[in-house]
Design a binder for this molecule. Structure first.
Ligand SMILES: NC(=O)c1ccc[n+]([C@@H]2O[C@H](COP(=O)([O-])OP(=O)(O)OC[C@H]3O[C@@H](n4cnc5c(N)ncnc54)[C@H](O)[C@@H]3O)[C@@H](O)[C@H]2O)c1
Length: 309
C-alpha cells in the first residue's frame, strides 16, 4: 500500500473512532452496547473496603464469580459474606500485595482453585500524604510496591491465559494523581503515574499483537469519600467535587462493560488534562494553584482505622 493510501485509511479510521468516542460520551450507557460478563471470573484486589468492595458487589450482581484479595482479612471476609448474600460465588484470599512472592503464590492457588481469571481489577492502594522529605524511605517503597509493582506481578500472573484465549480485561484503578503532580503526594503521584503508563503500554502491546479481545481500562478519579483521603478538600466543589463511592463504582462498572480505555471522573478532568498538555508548564502551575490542587492535601488526615463493615 502506498504511503498516501495508508494515510487515507488511518484518517478515515481516526474520524470513525472520534465519532464512536463522541457517541459513547454523549449517549447514556443504558442505551449503548455493553458486554455480557455473567460468565466471567473477576479478581479484585483491595476488596476488603472502599471502592474494591463496592465493585466486587456490583460484579456479583452481574452474575460474575468473584476472587477477592486483601491484606485486611476481616474486611475481605466481610466482602465475601456480602457477595454470598447476593447468591454469587466468591473465594477470598489474604495476600500482601507489597510482596511479589506472596502474589505469585496466591495467583497459583487461584488458578488451582477456580481456573482462569477473565477480569483483573488492580485496585488495592495506599497513601502516605506527607511532604516528600518527611516521607520515610520504607513508606515510599511500600507505596510503589502496592500501587505500581503489584500491578506488574498480578498482570504477569493472569495476562498469559487472557492472551491465549484472546479474552480478558485488565482494569487499573489509578487516580487523577496519576495525571497531575500534587504537593505532599510525590510518592503516590509517582506510583499512579506508573500505573497509568503501565496500562497504556499493555494496551499498546495488545493492539500490536492483535489481541483485540483483551481490553484495558485505566481509572483516574478525583478524591472519593471512602476515608482513604479523609481531610482532603476541593477549593471549587462545583467544578471538582469529591466523589460519592457509589457514583465512582458505577462509573467504573460502566467503563468496564463498554470496554472504555480511560475513565476520568468528574468529567472536567478530561478538559484539565487536555489544557495541561497544551499550556506551558508555568501557566499550568499557576492555574493548578488557583484551582486549589496544591492545597488540596493541606488538611489530610487519611484513614485512621481500617474499615471492615
Ligand atoms: N479514595 C480516593 O479518594 C481515591 C481517589 C483516586 C483513586 N483512588 C484509588 O482507588 C483505590 C481504592 O481506594 P479506596 O478509596 O477504596 O481505599 P480503601 O483504603 O478503602 O481501599 C484500599 C484497599 O486496599 C487494601 N490494601 C492496602 N494495602 C494492601 C496490601 N499491601 N495488600 C493487599 N491489600 C492492600 C486495603 O486493605 C483496602 O481494603 C486505590 O488504588 C486508591 O489509590 C482512591
Amino acid at each position: 500500500m502506498s504511503l498516501f493510501l495508508e494515510f487515507l485509511v488511518v484518517l478515515v479510521n481516526a474520524i470513525w473512532l472520534w465519532l464512536v468516542a463522541i457517541y459513547k460520551a454523549l449517549v447514556p450507557v443504558s442505551m449503548q452496547w455493553t458486554k455480557d460478563m455473567s460468565k466471567d471470573t473477576v479478581l479484585v484486589t483491595g476488596a476488603g473496603s472502599g471502592i474494591g468492595r463496592l465493585m466486587s458487589l456490583k460484579f456479583a450482581e452481574m452474575g460474575c464469580r468473584l476472587v477477592i484479595w486483601d491484606i485486611n482479612e476481616e474486611g475481605n471476609l466481610e466482602t465475601a459474606r456480602q457477595i454470598e448474600a447476593k447468591g454469587s460465588k466468591v473465594k477470598a484470599y489474604t495476600v500482601d500485595l507489597s510482596n511479589k512472592e506472596s502474589i505469585y503464590e496466591t495467583a497459583a492457588k487461584v488458578k488451582a482453585d477456580v481456573g482462569n481469571v477473565d477480569v483483573l481489577v488492580n485496585n488495592a492502594g495506599i497513601v502516605t500524604g506527607r511532604k516528600f522529605l518527611d516521607c520515610p524511605d520504607g513508606l515510599v517503597e511500600k507505596t510503589m510496591e502496592v500501587n505500581t509493582n503489584a500491578h506488574f506481578w498480578t498482570t504477569k500472573s493472569f495476562l498469559p491465559e487472557m492472551m491465549e484465549r484472546n479474552h480478558g480485561h485488565i482494569v487499573t484503578i489509578a487516580s487523577s494523581a496519576g495525571l497531575f503532580g500534587v504537593a505532599t503526594l510525590a510518592d503516590y503521584c509517582a506510583s499512579k503515574f506508573g500505573a497509568v503508563g503501565f496500562d497504556e503500554s499493555i494496551r499498546s502491546e495488545m493492539l500490536k499483537y492483535r489481541k483485540t479481545g483483551v481490553h484495558t481500562t485505566v481509572v483516574c478519579p478525583f478524591f472519593i469519600k471512602t476515608g482513604m483521603f479523609e481531610g482532603a478538600k476541593s477549593r471549587f466543589p462545583w467544578l471538582l467535587p469529591l466523589l460519592e463511592p457509589e457514583y465512582a463504582a458505577d462509573k467504573i462498572m460502566d467503563a468496564v462493560r463498554t470496554n472504555q480505555p480511560m475513565l476520568c471522573a468528574p468529567r472536567v478532568l478530561y478538559l484539565l488534562y487536555f489544557l495541561r498538555g497544551v499550556f506551558p508548564s508555568t501557566v499550568a502551575d499557576v492555574l493548578a494553584e488557583f484551582i486549589g490542587i496544591s492545597a488540596s492535601m493541606d488538611d489530610f488526615v487519611g484513614r485512621t482505622k481500617p474499615k471492615t463493615a
